[in-house]
Design a binder for this molecule. Sequence first.
Ligand code: GLN
Length: 281
Amino acid sequence: MTSLLQQQNIPLFQAMRAVSAALLPVAGEESDRETRILFADALNIKEGALLLNKNEPLPDAAKEKILSMVERRLTGEPLQYILGEWEFMGLPFKVDSRALIPRQDTETLAEAAIALLKKKTGRRVLDMCCGTGCIGISLAVLAGAEVTLADISADALALARENAAWNGINAAFVETDLFSAIKGEYDLIVSNPPYISAKDMETLQKEVRFEPPLALYGGEDGLDLYRRIAADYKAYLAPGGAILLEVGAGEAGDVKALLGEGAYSVKDLCGIDRVVIKNEE
Ligand code: GLN
């Protein structure tokens, strides 16, 4: 791929074919899609415009950029970190190794929270373990929530601050180990805490190994953070409030039991129970 790309005036489609083949070992069946995303980014055009320009020569600056992005991707680094930004709920977020990459699965939680906010008058939302801030910030932009973004990681909070500014919203930021530094009460508490078990940490996809273990590891059985959240959250929930927790595959039953009677779950697009919700009286 490198030698082909170094030739002068190689047309875009040929360069894309070479890059897609080079990405196969890391991206597999996603290599064509990742190639389109990388080229659109390097050329600063929309993906749809690639086809229109397919016979144009690839400019040198874009070529250099693509070569260095492909080099990083071949180490297993996730595409999202290489691009430095990714969409969640249709909104842009800066992403880097300070926090977990926003996942589509997590949109299930954001959507459930938006649906609840539509029925409530209170708009105070606490996003516990906020990482990039993607959940809380989406709720602020899309549902007018007044959000508090909380995380144990100062680095993640710095990234969440950048993302709040980028999305033009005001938020409060709290560096805290779960509820230890939280004050006041909220109408919704939302959280995508670390929930990977010790056993599953050993078989993580290569890409996930680039993400902060602090954002992934949930103790021996993956449920440590849910136990602590379940023990403490009620004191921070306003009357009529609700808590929404993202859970890993197979964890919904245990987390419902931790939250007690009335807790229910919502499935993600793959049909996996992904969010556990409990409405308080
Ligand atoms: N959904 C992530 C994964 O499976 C884990 C996120 C989390 O632990 N909260 O890679």
